[in-house]
Write a protein that binds this ligand. Structure first.
Ligand code: GTP
Ligand code: MG
Length: 390
């Protein structure tokens, strides 16, 4: 008979806190009379954590790769329980709180994922348990960002104490190996419309012998990077749309001749130079826009982001063939003025050309060629990304 509950303990050099942590877990198990196992995932402790845990009755698994995420994954992969509880082995969580989290998973209306919350009503952070920087800046900001980008009401994206069903674990299909694992689980649970519950918990000062493995700035950045990569609208689409629109505007303004603004105490003359800058902005913006679409397709295909009805509609409208034809037409439209300037040049015996008259069509043409080529290339790439869909 497989156990009902599996406790998953990621552990790197936590020999000092392990006896207390394991006694604490057993107290939780006994209070509910659960049939439970404790799985400790180690990947290179040098303080004898693994042997100690085995002697205290834990099942020890080795994680192949370094990192918090890979340790939790290794433990979860080998767990046999119906309900999985994960928590740090550094003594900072009171595993008796886990009993309430598992309760939230039970029953026909039970949640798929029950998150501990170290912030908000009923939660407690004991003095010395979390540095002020993480408490008032890092955690609130990252959780806020997470909620903005991936609509859900999870108060604490990074709480290390959580419970989930085995079925939810398989459906989340988690992959990250570092501390950003904490965010990945929440994002994927939200994206796959799993039922997420949360309960306040208490965070205590760790009882470990070292300063902890979290590197606030580096790991904070890894969370931000992960959130933004999965959220192309804010990371790519909007930052691309602004230069794209500004570039087109500038090119239109000076595309047919110099543009002069004369105010009482201020006058500006915009000319071909502005057109070159406009072309640059248009192209860079368009690249960002097309990469944003690729990122969104990827996220939808991988079921990381929420499904996108707009994208599905767009896919029906812009098939590969239409993208190729449209891109080619734009490319040819851009090639035409270039060819015409070349004829003029030939007619001038390949001598000097009137810069003012020839540069404008040349810049416009070159910009269109680049836009067309980018459209052809990205259409091909989109259809590669979306192949599974059709
Ligand atoms: N096996 C393994 N465990 C790890 C690794 N990194 C962290 N852990 C464990 O994961 C848990 C969380 O790590 P902590 O260093 O406590 O990180 P944190 O709780 O985010 O940060 P603090 O607030 O400083 O405690 C602890 O039990 C660590 O021992 C790793 O690379 N491998
Ligand atoms: Mg910790």
């Amino acid at each position: 008979m497989p156990p009902e509950v599996s406790f998953l303990l990621p552990c790197l050099n936590e020999a000092r806190s392990l006896p207390g942590v394991i006694a604490n877990i057993r107290a939780c198990i006994d209070s509910r009379r659960w049939d439970a196992e404790i799985v400790l995932a180690d990947n290179g402790s040098t303080d004898g954590s693994a042997d100690l845990a085995a002697s205290l009755g834990c099942r020890v698994v080795r994680a192949e790769r370094l990192g918090y995420g890979s340790a939790v994954l290794a433990a979860a992969d080998s767990a046999r329980g119906v309900y999985l509880v994960m928590g740090d082995a550094d003594g900072s969580y009171d595993f008796r709180d886990a009993a309430r989290l598992v309760d939230l998973l039970r029953g026909p209306d039970g949640a798929d994922l029950a998150m501990g919350a170290r912030f908000g009503p009923g939660a407690r952070i004991e003095p010395g348990a979390m540095p002020a920087k993480n408490r008032y800046l890092g955690n609130p900001f990252l959780s806020w960002l997470g909620r903005r980008l991936f609509p859900c009401d999870v108060r604490d994206f990074h709480c290390g104490l959580r419970a989930f069903t085995r079925d939810a674990y398989l459906r989340m299909d988690l992959r990250t190996t570092g501390m950003e694992f904490a965010s990945e689980m929440v994002i994927k649970a939200a994206a796959r419309r799993l039922r997420i519950a949360q309960a306040p918990i208490t965070l205590r000062p760790a009882t470990r012998a070292h300063g902890g493995h979290l590197r606030p700035w580096r790991d904070g950045w890894r969370h931000v990077r992960f959130l933004l990569l999965l959220s192309p609208r804010w990371a790519l689409f909007i930052p691309g749309l602004i230069p794209f629109a500004a570039g087109i505007l500038l090119m239109a303004l000076v595309g047919f001749g110099p543009f002069h603004v004369a105010l009482p105490r201020f006058s500006v003359n915009l000319d071909i130079h502005t057109m070159i800058v406009g072309s640059l902005l248009t192209l860079v913006g368009y690249q960002a826009l097309t990469v944003a679409v690729a990122a969104r397709i990827f996220a939808v295909e991988q079921e990381i982001g929420p499904p996108s009805p707009t994208l599905a509609r767009a896919f029906r409208l812009f098939t590969l063939e239409r993208g190729l034809i449209f891109g080619t037409l734009v490319l040819l439209a851009g090639a035409w003025p270039i060819v015409r300037v070349s004829w003029r040049w030939a007619a001038a015996g390949y001598g000097p050309l009137d810069t003012a008259a020839t540069l404008r069509p040349l810049i416009a043409g070159a910009t269109l060629v680049a836009l067309g080529a980018q459209t052809v290339l990205m259409s091909t790439f989109y259809s590669m990304l979306g192949v599974k869909r059709r």
